[in-house]
Design a protein around this ligand. Structure first.
Ligand code: GLY
Ligand code: MN
Ligand code: MN
Length: 458
């Protein structure tokens, strides 16, 4: 079991007198007396593998782990389901002690007594700081009896984010399985689109979303890792579009960005395909450009490279291609260096080429090298207007997982060749960094235009 080992690695970083407090996620009401499906907190799960609600973990620098969880309660279990309970938790989760969560406030002050530093995740759980303050007040009330109160509070995310950034073998095995399930779901959606159109049946975005969900669930995935995007035609140019009810028409492209969560780990795949299974000339030209830019990103992804290298490689290929296709004008926008320098490509490519992937789809982990402070830049982010900070990019290491997801989004406009109007294309794969390069774990769904067409003919 991997969890005690992770807790030991954390304990070793807490410093003499350190203690870490990690709550799981709260249950969240959806409406009236119905809750959203419960999803544990990722940090908590990383250290316990325990997915029941109302649970807390404490780890001390000496390596002792204490768990609080829901007590056994036959009546509640009849209504809500099985609870592990504190007694069984000790053996099953390999913690040193376990208590009912109803004893949390009573027991926590004594654990905090005579400790130097309290670690907990900052700014992630509403009300956590207040709760910890309450426990510390109880400790302080005992100072006149000789107790020492912790004098330092530190952000536990700084330690756990670094640990989670480099995936261990246990995590990679789950992520490969999640990726395979998601790839199968994309295959199924592509084939369904072509088959239904060939049969003269109506296709709507939700028909394709239903195929994705069916495939996720029948392979044991607990949830989609994020709200699935199934965007027909011009909807693909809306970056945060969700699967809705728009008709999927013969001759249009469909962009699907969907991935399952399996045993707490996300996958994240985007494919763009012709609804009827055959790319038109302009669709194919733009598709091949995005694919070439992804190839460049893949080639730039290896241990020792910077996190920003794949993005820069992508932008170079896209910028040249936009000039070649006439979407940018050599006379107005200059050569490829000018397009990059002046960010003219931004009109069609306005997001980054990737993000960390893990338990969370946009996983934790700093995008800059730890310890580097950087300098305030004079540049502003073109979308948000925020002042950018120049900081040295994170260096990739084996076991880091990131997405590679270039795209182009062309809205109708007078200065844009009409053949490209309303085309939105993104191609997204999940890459595990290796010493020599990267392993793409999502390639069980084809990505080359010819291969997509062949699959959709079948
Ligand atoms: N599906 C979310 C993303 O691609 O970042
Ligand atoms: Mn992504
Ligand atoms: Mn995605």
């Amino acid at each position: 079991m991997i969890y005690p080992e992770r807790r030991a690695r954390l304990a070793a970083q807490l410093g003499a007198g350190g203690i870490a407090i990690i709550p799981t996620a709260p249950e969240r009401p959806r409406n009236r007396d119905s809750d959203f499906p419960y999803r544990h907190d990722s940090y908590f799960y990383y250290l316990t593998g325990f997915s029941e609600p109302q649970a807390w973990l404490v780890v001390t620098a000496e390596g002792a782990a204490t768990l609080w969880c829901q007590p056994k309660d036959l009546e509640r279990e009849i209504w809500d389901g099985f609870r592990l309970g504190p007694e069984a938790a000790v053996g099953q989760l390999k913690v040193q002690a376990a208590h009912s969560v109803s004893d949390l406030d009573r027991l926590m002050p004594s654990l905090l007594e005579n400790r130097r530093t309290v670690w907990y995740p900052f700014a992630t759980h509403n009300g956590l700081e207040t709760r910890i303050d309450g426990w510390l007040q109880k400790v302080r009330a005992r100072v006149r009896f000789g107790a020492e109160c912790p004098s330092e509070q530190r952000d536990l995310c700084t330690l756990l984010d670094e640990m989670r950034l480099v995936k261990d073998a246990h995590e990679l095995a789950i992520m490969r399985r999640a990726a395979r399930i998601s790839a199968g779901a994309h295959v199924r959606a592509m084939q369904t689109s072509a088959q239904r159109l060939r049969a003269g049946e109506e296709v709507r975005e939700y028909h394709l979303e239903a195929e994705l969900l069916h495939e996720f669930r029948r392979h044991g995935s607990q949830f989609p890792a994020y709200g699935s995007i199934v965007a027909a035609g011009a909807n693909a140019c809306v970056l945060h579009y969700r699967a809705d009810a728009a008709p999927v028409r013969d001759g249009e492209l469909v962009l699907i960005d969907a991935g399952c969560e399996l045993d707490g780990y996300a996958s994240d795949i985007t494919r763009t395909f012709p609804a009827n299974g055959r790319f038109s000339g302009a669709q194919r030209a733009l598709y091949d450009l995005v694919l070439a830019s992804q190839d460049a990103a893949i080639a730039a992804t290896r241990a020792g490279a910077k996190f920003t290298d794949p993005h820069e490689a992508t932008v170079k290929v896209l910028s040249q291609g936009l000039l070649d296709l006439g979407l940018l004008d050599k006379n107005r926008h200059g050569n490829v260096e000018d397009v990059i320098e002046q960010r003219h490509y931004f009109r069609y490519y306005m997001h980054r080429t990737g993000h960390w992937l893990g338990m969370d789809v946009h996983d934790c982990g700093s995008y800059v090298e730890p310890g580097e402070t950087g300098t305030l830049s004079t540049r502003r982010d073109p979308l948000s207007g925020e002042t950018l900070i120049n900081r040295p990019s994170r260096v990739l290491r084996p076991g880091m997982v990131l997405t590679l997801e270039p795209g182009l989004y062309v809205r109708a406009a007078d200065d844009v060749p009409q053949a490209f109007w309303d085309l939105g294309i993104r191609i997204e794969d999940d890459a595990v960094v290796t010493p020599e390069g990267c392993e793409l774990i999502t390639r069980d769904v084809p990505v080359k235009a010819d291969e997509i067409e062949a699959l959709m003919r079948g």
